[in-house]
Design a protein around this ligand. Structure first.
Ligand SMILES: O=c1ccn([C@@H]2O[C@H](COP(=O)(O)O)[C@@H](O)[C@H]2O)c(=O)[nH]1
Length: 315
């Protein structure tokens, strides 16, 4: 986690931009502008929509990355958006991570992996790569703890081997999260608190120079009180805090998830940044693709600065 903490210190900005493109979040003229180019490369007409979207996602991501590099320390590409497009989307995921790294950003792959040990070991190769080849270019990955310790250990080992990190789901931001996470255990602790204790233990051997381990926790901005209690309960665990912006979380809500020095957490916003163009009042469907992309970049940059300043104001 040391590299992430240093990147946050350099930008004075504990926020991460989520790269979660969808068909609705990429201006239509940008997608349309790739029709001819992509038609030449696909084998059948049916492949065209996914292939065209994939190319458009990359151009869109590149615009966002260029706009926010130097302002934010990190990006979090959500793999679901890319896998939905098939192999073309997965290629663009890898290309996006590589480009973000080239622009100096810490890349947090939101992939929420989790399986039995042997399969988790294969998933953990997203961190280690294959031999000398690192096809994914990521610095951290999100992991689902539902399978317990043997589903997590391969990621902890891979992270330690490569100076990378993982973030384990503890208290997620979604409305139904309480169905499982808020259940009481026999000793009176809640399920999410127990998972928090496990996460603190999984990271215990990997504490870095700033007091945080390689094993972080995902704690939703939509649960300010629980987040604040977890901050005390998990003193060596760095938090990834999604749920800011589009899901309703505010800077005041996430304040308690930081430590007394204003460190210990990084807050994510995806749609609030990459979809800012739609709320700007400046978009018109008569714009050219390049004009639309320019607006995407400008509005994403303004939204990232606004988020940074809102977080700075409460820290
Ligand atoms: O508890 C969680 C865990 C992960 N996420 C992910 O973060 C982003 C949030 O996107 P917004 O557009 O800022 O709402 C998305 O990739 C989720 O899968 C989360 O929201 N909550």
């Amino acid at each position: 986690m040391d590299r992430l903490i240093e990147a946050i210190a350099e930008t004075q900005n504990p926020s991460v931009v989520g790269l979660d493109p969808t068909e609705a979040l990429v201006p239509a003229q940008v997608v349309a502008s790739f029709a001819d180019e992509v038609r030449e490369s696909v084998e059948s007409e049916e492949e065209l929509p996914a292939a065209q979207l994939a190319v458009a996602y990359f151009e869109f991501n590149r615009t966002i990355i260029d706009a926010v590099a130097g302002i934010v320390p990190a990006v979090k590409p959500q793999i679901a958006m890319y896998e939905a497009l098939g192999p073309a989307g997965v290629d663009v995921y890898a290309m996006t991570c590589e480009y973000a790294r080239e622009r100096g950003l810490y890349v947090l792959a939101d992939a929420k992996r989790g399986d039995i040990g042997s399969t988790a070991a294969a998933y953990a190769r997203m961190l280690t790569g294959v031999g000398e080849h690192d096809p994914w270019n990521i610095d951290a990955i999100t992991v689902n703890p539902y399978l317990g310790t043997d589903g997590i250990t391969p990621f902890v080992d891979a992270a330690a081997q490569t100076d990378k990190d993982l973030f384990v789901l503890v208290r997620t931001s979604n409305p139904s999260s309480s169905e499982l996470q808020m259940l009481d255990l026999a000793d009176g602790t809640k399920v999410y608190e127990h998972v928090g204790d496990l996460v603190e233990g999984w990271g215990a051997e990997t504490i870095g120079k700033y007091g945080y381990s390689r094993v972080g926790a995902v704690v939703g901005a939509t649960h300010p009180e629980e987040g604040k209690a977890l901050r005390k309960r998990m003193p060596h665990t760095f938090f990834l805090v999604p749920g800011y912006g589009a899901q309703g979380g505010t800077a005041a809500d996430v304040r308690g998830m930081f430590d007394a020095d204003g460190s210990g957490a990084i807050v994510n916003s995806s749609r609030g940044i990459i979809g800012a163009w739609r709320k700007s009042g400046k978009y018109s469907d008569t714009m050219s693709a390049s004009e639309a992309l320019e607006l995407v970049g400008e509005t994403a940059q303004a939204a990232a600065i606004d988020m940074r300043d809102n977080l700075r104001a409460v820290l």
